[in-house]
Design a protein around this ligand. Structure first.
Ligand code: CDP
Length: 195
């Protein structure tokens, strides 16, 4: 059985950085599942058709990181048929040896409920807005509105809403540097692997 790490949390909480670092440290595969929804959102047309026809090249587009793509993603992500179309790809990805890290909103609750480790990464709204503003060269106040709007939609949707799995380990990165957050996450993986 390959080792799966499920990382979920709200927008810009640090889950992508932590997921990449865990994958690098342990030699695991990494999938940023947000890219699947971002690509589905920016492709336009019928989102269900777009999700069903998604190709690996679509998730490598260089316009997927924008706030516009994030909003488009969270709108299409509320459509149950879009989510259903993306399940198999994510579950197959998780089966790769020697292990995989997937980050998103529903990895621990829906995609990989049997994951060896589930992390739920959070940070204060202000810290998340400041981080995302620095990343995108955008205004922090506008980012704060954007993240809150997206989080509210992600938490309120009927299908696979954003919430921690019951057995998730909470990691609050508000007061942590990137290196500290990564060190804590790696320690959690090491604890589970040795256990
Ligand atoms: O990087 P950030 O946390 O801002 O966003 P992301 O992980 O790229 O996700 C973009 C949007 O896709 C989210 O706001 C969710 O609406 C949706 N998403 C989802 O519904 N389920 C996932 N597993 C991943 C993303």
């Amino acid at each position: 059985m390959p080792f799966t790490v499920a990382i979920d949390g709200p927008a810009a909480s640090g889950k992508g950085t932590i997921a990449r670092a865990i994958a690098r440290h342990f030699g695991f595969h990494h999938l940023d599942t947000g890219l699947l929804y971002r690509a589905t959102g920016v492709l336009g047309g019928d989102p269900v058709e777009a999700a069903r026809a998604l190709t690996p090249a679509d998730i490598e587009r260089d316009d997927l990181r924008s706030a516009h793509a994030g909003q488009a993603a969270s709108r299409v992500a509320a459509i149950p048929e879009v989510r259903a179309a993306l399940v198999d790809f994510q579950r197959r990805f998780a089966l790769q040896e020697p292990g995989a890290v997937l980050d998103g909103r529903d990895i621990g609750t829906v995609i990989c409920p049997g994951a060896a480790l589930k992390l739920y990464v959070v940070a204060s709204d202000e810290v998340r807005a400041a981080r995302r503003a620095a990343e995108l060269g955008a205004d922090p106040a506008l980012m704060l509105d954007e993240l809150r709007e997206r989080d509210a939609r992600d938490m309120a949707r009927a299908t696979a809403p954003l919430r921690p799995a019951e057995d998730a380990v909470l990691l609050d990165t508000s007061e942590l540097s990137i290196d500290e957050a990564i060190a804590r996450a790696i320690a959690e993986v090491a604890r589970v692997r040795s256990g």
